[in-house]
Design a protein around this ligand. Structure first.
Ligand code: NAD
Ligand code: TYD
Length: 362
């Protein structure tokens, strides 16, 4: 392994940093000089090394190809680079895939998080003061662990009981419980964040927003599950990254923080919004992108509504989302229009197979 040039800033071991949120976080961390970064990623279908191409010659960024399940490798990285924090983004993340094949979700999200906790505990226990007190294990999780809300239910709080409904949500809930137990049992200084749906640059086009943009640009149908009235809270990815950094610096160890965009939208409204942006930015004669909207068979066990009460992070850590949905969505559509090479590179044969499996059998 090459040596990282350590500046007088902290060093973070980021896992899953070649995926959507991890890559945005690393780019922000390096641009703002928050930290030196070691990025451990298995490079699953959801990753794209092009996302981090601009860091190619950055001496304070180092990529390691590997699996969080590999305890020895993680131990080696921790000993070699002596990070001040481990930030766990690595996960299988797509609910529909978890319905078709849940095995990899259990292996990475549950067992992988366990292995990472074990390796981090062994490393942390041997640290000396003050590095030991300052060490953090930050686990990135989701609002989906809380289950589904009815229209008038109050938004999810940190003390809302867990009620995961998909294999994905159940695997993330299991991981959250393991993280919690490592704080209570061993004193490992953990933090957990539970965030709502993210959108923005670098998201793999299996998720609603980039899938809609890609299909609309190619004149393909825009698939909406069920009646399109399921509600998600949407947060721009850059705001999520700011919140993660803040929790890392100022969060109370052993605690969890809900992060949300204060922005509940039905799926139909999200897709219609993207269509009208594309009508302006990529107009076609006598054609409205919304004519491509197609209602298809619902996702099994589809959660009806998610909403996040983020008063804890806003009151205790003074965090607010900076981006509103109109400005964030416009930026996102612009990014996809200007980055067709990135999109093409992820739309390989494997991607086409997934599209066929998920949509043609409905
Ligand atoms: P993503 O699917 O885009 O990326 C996941 C990354 O993890 C990929 O680069 C992949 O190669 C890597 N990875 C998978 N298994 C691995 C393993 N065993 N070892 C090492 N690397 C592995 O995911 P994302 O959308 O960036 O989500 C990141 C984290 O944030 C996840 O933990 C997810 O549960 C959580 N989260 C996501 C959202 C969202 O809307 N995308 C919302 C809230 C929370
Ligand atoms: P998704 O982006 O998969 O995120 P999550 O399931 O983690 O919330 O889906 C967001 C919402 O959009 C969800 O309610 C399912 C719905 N959806 C569709 O209606 N059509 C699609 O093709 C996809 C991928 C999602």
């Amino acid at each position: 392994m090459a040596n990282l040039k350590i500046d007088e800033i902290p060093t973070f071991l980021v896992t899953g940093g070649v995926g959507f949120i991890g890559a945005n976080f690393i780019l922000q961390a390096r641009q703002s000089k928050w930290a030196n970064i070691i990025n451990l990623d298995k490079l699953t279908y959801a990753s794209n090394l092009q996302s981090l191409a601009e860091l190619q010659n950055d001496p304070n960024y180092y990529f390691v190809l590997g699996d969080i399940n590999n305890y020895e490798l993680v131990q080696y990285i921790l000993q070699q680079y002596r990070p001040d924090a481990v930030i766990n983004f690595a996960a299988e993340t797509h609910v529909d895939r978890s319905i078709f094949s849940p095995q990899s979700f259990i292996q990475t999200n549950v067992v992988g998080t366990f292995q990472l906790l074990e390796a981090s505990k062994a490393y942390w226990q041997k640290l000396t003061s003050p590095k030991q007190e300052n060490f953090r294990f930050l686990h990135i999780s989701t609002d989906e662990v809380y289950g589904s809300l009815n229209p008038t239910d109050p938004a999810f709080r940190e003390d809302t009981p867990y009620a995961p409904n998909s294999p994905y949500a159940a695997s993330k809930a299991s991981a959250d419980h393991l993280v919690r137990s490592y704080y209570h049992t061993y004193g490992l200084p953990t933090l957990t964040t539970n965030c709502s749906n993210n959108y923005g640059p670098l998201q793999f086009p299996e998720k609603l927003i980039p899938l809609t943009i890609l299909n609309a640009l190619n004149g393909k149908t825009l698939p909406i599950y069920g009646d399109g009235q399921n509600i998600r809270d949407w947060l721009y990815v850059g705001d999520h990254c700011d919140a993660i950094h803040l929790v890392l610096k100022e969060g109370l160890i052993g605690e969890s923080y809900n992060i949300g965009g204060l922005n509940e939208q039905t799926n139909l409204a999200v897709v219609e919004n993207i269509c009208s942006i594309l009508d302006d930015l990529s107009p076609k004669d006598n054609f409205k992108h919304s004519s491509l909207i197609t209602f298809i068979k619902d996702r099994p066990g589809h959660d009806r509504r998610y909403a996040i009460d983020c008063s804890k992070i806003s009151q205790n850590l003074n965090w607010q989302p900076k981006e509103n949905f109109d400005s964030g969505l416009l930026k996102t559509v612009h990014w996809y229009l200007n980055n067709s090479a990135w999109l093409e590179s992820v739309c390989t044969g494997t991607y086409q197979n997934w599209i066929q499996q998920n949509y043609e059998s409905r």
